[in-house]
Write a protein that binds this ligand. Structure first.
Ligand code: ZN
Length: 159
């Protein structure tokens, strides 16, 4: 039962992340269309990151300097980008991915492997829903509420 809910939720979390990535892509495309220079900057940032990664692999004992150089280059590019965006009245974080839960970035898990509170909360509320108590409480007011409705159904949740 618990495992079923957890599985269901992990699929939902995955879909959520896909949706957010998709929405981020749409926002990016919008900005790129409006300000092509930003697209070039993003490409430069990506290229710089990739080339420094390659350099680290090729020079495992002697890469600090070039990492530092790359970091400065990326910082400069990001500042240019922020400037261009501000100039066009676009919020600087407009192209960032937007998580429902910043703590776990919608993975449901923390870095240490523990469940995030949002996942714990989702588990509880899903279990609550499945127990059907919510429905019963909504349908019945206190006058008609009959505790016997619970009698035929085992208290254990179906799963
Ligand atoms: Zn979370």
């Amino acid at each position: 039962m618990y495992k079923d809910i957890l599985k269901e939720l992990s699929i939902e979390y995955e879909r959520k992340r896909d949706r957010q990535l998709h929405e981020q892509r749409i926002r990016k495309e919008k900005v790129y269309k409006k300000i092509p220079a930003i697209k070039r900057i993003d490409e430069d940032i990506l290229r710089t990151g990739l080339s420094v990664s390659k350099y680290i692999i090729g020079n495992p004992d002697n890469y600090k300097e070039s990492v530092e150089k790359a970091r400065k280059t990326i910082e400069k590019l990001k500042m240019e980008k922020a400037y261009l965006m501000t100039e066009s009245n676009i919020p600087v974080d407009y192209m960032d991915i937007r998580y429902d839960c910043e703590t776990c970035k919608d993975t449901g898990y923390l870095d240490n492997g523990n469940q995030c509170n949002c996942l714990k909360q989702a588990l509880v509320s899903r279990a609550y829903k499945m127990s059907n108590i919510e429905n019963v409480l909504q349908k019945e007011n206190f006058k008609t509420f009959d505790i016997n409705i619970f009698k035929d159904e085992p208290l254990e949740m179906k799963g």
